[in-house]
Design a binder for this molecule. Structure first.
Ligand SMILES: [Ca+2]
Ligand SMILES: [Ca+2]
Length: 123
């Protein structure tokens, strides 16, 4: 039983020793915490009045999936033109590439040998 009393005594003394300086520390800490919290309060309120305006991206009306058709090449839905309908190879080439982009194949059959060059016979 003496051992228990000694242990309890040591514990009480230890708590007493820890409490006295601890009380001083709590007191000083509370003094320091109070201005610290008051300093944080404006920081918390600060972001509110200045919300960063989200810049809305200019909406592109429509992706230019349908570029303007070359002159003399308004039809891509069926075989409407032959090489004789164009004056130059460049015009036939423009129509060939335009309709190729529209429908995915050489609808006018302007590139008979499928080498990507339409109406090689034209000037
Ligand atoms: Ca044709
Ligand atoms: Ca060709």
């Amino acid at each position: 039983m003496k051992i228990v009393v000694i242990i309890l005594t040591v514990l009480v003394l230890t708590v007493a020793l820890l409490t006295l300086p601890g009380y001083e520390q709590v007191t000083s800490a509370s003094v320091e915490v109070t201005p610290t919290v008051s300093e944080y309060l404006p920081v918390i309120l600060r972001p509110l009045p200045s919300p960063t305006p989200t810049l809305l991206p200019v909406p592109t009306p429509f992706p230019t999936s349908t570029p303007t058709a070359p002159s003399g090449c308004a039809i891509c839905s069926y075989d409407a033109y032959n090489c004789g309908d164009f004056d130059t190879q460049a015009e036939a080439q423009a129509c060939y590439e335009y309709c190729l982009a529209q429908v995915g194949y050489d609808v006018h059959q302007l590139d008979g040998d499928n080498d990507g060059v339409a109406c090689e016979s034209l000037p």
